[in-house]
Design a protein around this ligand. Structure first.
Ligand SMILES: C[S@@+](CC[C@H](N)C(=O)[O-])C[C@H]1O[C@@H](n2cnc3c(N)ncnc32)[C@H](O)[C@@H]1O
Length: 280
């Protein structure tokens, strides 16, 4: 039986290159370039927001006086912040993967060693973290890793086994290969473009094949799962799938490809990424 997901996020509507989201009691209006269609809710609803990111000025124009609510997912708690890059600290299109991860991890019958790369504020890290798992959380941004640690404290998981790494993913994983480290589960959500440590630049088209070669060496003999998602609209399902097909340790099991879609009550659902994932 599927476990019921409890979370305080709702996509109220999207369209005309914007999305209207509710977290707890707070409504946020921000750009959504994928939403090329008409909005379904009227202007009377769209104009009632607590915070808005103005795309023309490239700033948050309305910022609520009080603290933003926490994003709650089951019994985990995440701090939201209105970041200059229009992000808020969670990527709700990953809900479908968070649910899948919980199920895969709760069904595992042994302690798992898990790597979360491009881990941002740690939602997938904390969802995967149980008393029986060891987590390696890696992100090139020290402020994101500190934010993730804060989320860990808010979620009361400080005593779980989580290793926090601020590093460029290619640099860190190359070192892990040399050390002979292996992982039973790997989560990767690379951006199209990003900054590693010490000025290193991440470009998905150039660097993903390099990354996946390292991943091939880092999977244990008996891996449990792998998730490879991305938000780059140029990537097709079959290209993500091909990256997993090349991995020699994924012998049995099944690869599936999915859209990362946030459902809205209006029917204006928002697909904001793609994913290929495998489980034993
Ligand atoms: C799209 S966000 C990941 C979202 C996250 N997986 C989630 O679901 O919440 C991309 C993250 O990749 C990190 N990043 C970008 N380039 C990197 C690199 N070369 N090495 C490690 N992390 C990198 C950024 O700091 C950012 O936190």
């Amino acid at each position: 039986m599927k476990k019921v997901i409890e979370c305080n996020y709702r996509l109220l509507d999207c369209g005309e290159f914007e999305k209207l989201e509710q977290i707890g009691e707070v409504i946020i209006r921000r750009p959504a370039l994928q939403a090329t269609w008409k909005q379904k809710l009227g202007n009377d609803i769209w104009k009632h927001y607590h915070a808005k990111f103005d795309q023309a000025k490239n700033i948050w124009t309305n910022v609520p006086d009080g603290k933003l609510p926490y994003f709650e997912f089951n019994n985990l708690t995440f701090e939201l912040r209105l970041s200059p890059n229009r992000q808020i600290g969670i990527f709700p299109e990953q809900l479908i993967n968070w649910q899948w991860l919980r199920e895969v991890i709760s069904q595992a019958t042994r302690p798992l060693n898990i790597l979360n790369g491009f881990a941002y504020t740690g939602v997938s890290t904390l969802i995967s973290s149980t008393k029986g798992t060891s987590l390696t959380h890696i992100d090139a941004s020290s402020s994101s890793v500190n934010w993730a640690k804060q989320n860990c404290r808010l979620s009361n998981l400080e005593n779980n086994n989580i290793r926090w790494i601020v590093d460029d993913i290619i640099t860190f994983l190359s070192r892990e290969v040399k050390r002979g480290s292996v992982y039973d589960g790997i989560i990767l959500d690379p951006p199209a473009f990003g900054h590693g440590k010490k000025g290193a630049i991440w470009k998905i088209g150039r660097d993903l094949p390099k990354l996946m070669k390292l991943v091939d060496k880092l999977l244990s003999n008996n891996p449990e799962f792998i998730i490879l998602s991305c938000h780059d609209k140029n990537y097709k399902h079959h290209e993500l799938q091909d990256e997993l097909i090349k991995l020699q340790r994924l012998k049995n099991g099944k690869i599936e490809t999915i859209d990362l879609t946030i459902e809205s009550e209006t029917g204006n659902n928002l697909t904001a990424g793609k994913c290929a994932r495998w489980k034993k």
